[in-house]
Ligand binder design. Structure first.
Ligand code: GLN
Length: 459
């Protein structure tokens, strides 16, 4: 299996993979074979996986898609990588992503854009674009992704695969390079909900090395997320938020999503009209909170401890400035500036604090429909993104156009809820190509098993 996928990766020219080391992979595959022979295998033993280049790995370089970390060799593995290895999975290598996971098209990677396997003129989505493209092209059966504001769900949608962002705190962030710590959450990307369930079962669980990891008392216990896959959907109440079908939603995407909703009705579910009134505010709130946290997290890249260091400088201050100016790309620099601005003394209350209040309102929108005596639905469904994948190069000069495309995924992240994308049809690409459409399924806190059940029944 490992050889099969390594050969496919070698023949590929989509730029999905950033670092492959045949010998390292084959050594892991040999260990898996030995385990299978010894009868100590798990269901995942011997199954290859690729890791988003945001997860640190011993042996494979970890770049976070940035020139800043172009030659970074981690002395340890991320918890997620460690867990998959403990289950016997075989690492194929590291896949491309937007620089420090900032982006929606994978075009912010310092190592170049990635082609969408459905249409080489289209972006694969971002920031986990390499992960999605690699799974969709059959270069790996599965990949890890991270989702801060949609980066698992949106590339999964653009590449026609499945991906789940778990409840915040389910999956350890230890060894996952930080972007916005109160939002960052790792999750699996694969060809089916069933595969995602198997992977998430191995991936989730309390980790004392991540202070925001959910403890067993908080519900952070190991679970078999495949347990409910085959449950029928009779009686399922699906909330359909009005705000997710308004202005800006492309007709072809709307048609595919409505088609999926009709299919769910046939499976025994009922559709409930709901309102998530603060949806539009998710964009300004997220684009203050995420950059604020990023500006703080990225201060560690100072050219002293690790990462790129300028070769010529006058003094220490100059070394900091030149190293950061050379190491960070334009989108990362823009976010550091926005983040520093909204956190500074005179503006903190007007921007950052206000954004945090909006964040609470957004969480309350979900709470009102999913919890308590007046709950009206069990899951929420809508589009993942307003359009199908756009053309490579189309939005590179317009950061705001990129931000607006995140409208349907940011709220879930701000609320810390689990969300998933599954393929539900095709829309029209700009050059008459067919491009995949994703259906988003949002659940209640700890509702992953239910989400995966609902997703699995569709397939
Ligand atoms: N597109 C969003 C951003 O650029 C989300 C990215 C993510 O989830 N990592 O911040």
């Amino acid at each position: 299996l490992a050889t099969h996928f390594l050969d496919r990766i070698e023949a590929d020219n989509s730029n999905a993979f950033l670092h492959v080391d045949r010998a390292l992979t084959l050594a892991q595959a040999a260990e898996a074979d030995a385990r299978i022979a010894a009868g100590t295998a798990t269901p995942l033993t011997g199954v290859p996986i690729a890791h988003k280049d945001l997860f640190v790995t011993k042996g494979w370089r970890t770049t976070a898609g940035s020139k800043m970390l172009a030659n970074y060799a981690s002395p340890f593995d991320a918890t997620v990588v460690e867990k998959f290895q403990a289950a016997g999975m075989v690492t194929l290598g590291k896949v491309n992503c937007d620089e420090f996971a900032m982006g929606s098209g994978n075009e912010n990677s310092a190592f170049g854009a990635v082609q969408n396997p459905w249409d080489k003129h289209a972006v694969p989505g971002g920031s986990s674009g390499g992960s999605a493209a690699a799974v969709a092209a059959g270069l790996t059966p599965a990949a890890t992704g991270t989702d801060t504001g949609g980066s698992i769900r949106q590339p999964a949608a653009f590449c026609g695969i499945s991906g789940i962002k778990p409840t915040y705190g389910r999956v350890s962030r230890f060894g996952m390079i930080a972007f916005a710590s109160s939002l960052d959450q790792g999750g699996p990307m694969a060809r089916s909900a069933e595969d995602c369930a198997l992977l998430l079962s191995a991936m989730a669980g309390f980790d004392e090395r991540d202070s925001t990891s959910l403890s067993p008392e908080q519900g952070g216990v190991a679970e078999d997320f495949s347990r409910d896959l085959d449950q029928p959907l009779t009686g399922l109440r699906i909330g359909v938020p009005r705000e997710y079908f308004g202005e800006g939603l492309a007709k072809d995407v709307e048609a595919a999503v409505r088609g999926a909703l009709a299919q769910y009705e046939k499976l025994g579910a009922t559709l409930v009209d709901i309102s998530l009134p603060n949806t539009a505010l998710s964009i300004p709130a997220y684009y203050m909170i995420a950059p604020a946290e990023a500006s703080s997290n990225l201060s560690r890249y100072d050219g002293v401890r690790y990462g790129h260091r300028a070769t010529e400088y006058k003094d220490l201050q100059d070394m900091y400035k030149k190293s950061r100016a050379q190491g960070f790309g334009p989108e990362v620099q823009r976010r550091i500036m926005v983040g520093t601005y909204v956190l500074c003394h005179g503006y903190y209350d007007a921007y950052y604090l206000k954004a945090q209040k909006i964040r609470r309102l957004i969480a309350q929108d979900f709470d009102a429909v999913l919890n308590g005596p007046n709950a009206v639905c069990d899951v929420i469904m809508g589009p993942v993104a307003p359009t199908v994948a756009w053309d490579l190069g189309d939005k590179t000069d317009d950061p705001v156009a990129n931000y607006l495309a995140d409208i349907y995924t940011l709220s879930t992240s701000l609320a810390g809820l689990p969300g998933m994308s599954i393929p539900c049809g095709f829309g029209e690409g700009e050059k008459n190509s067919k491009r995949p459409v994703g259906l988003q399924i949002i659940g209640n806190y700890f509702g992953e098993a239910r989400l995966l059940n609902v997703a699995h029944q569709f397939q």
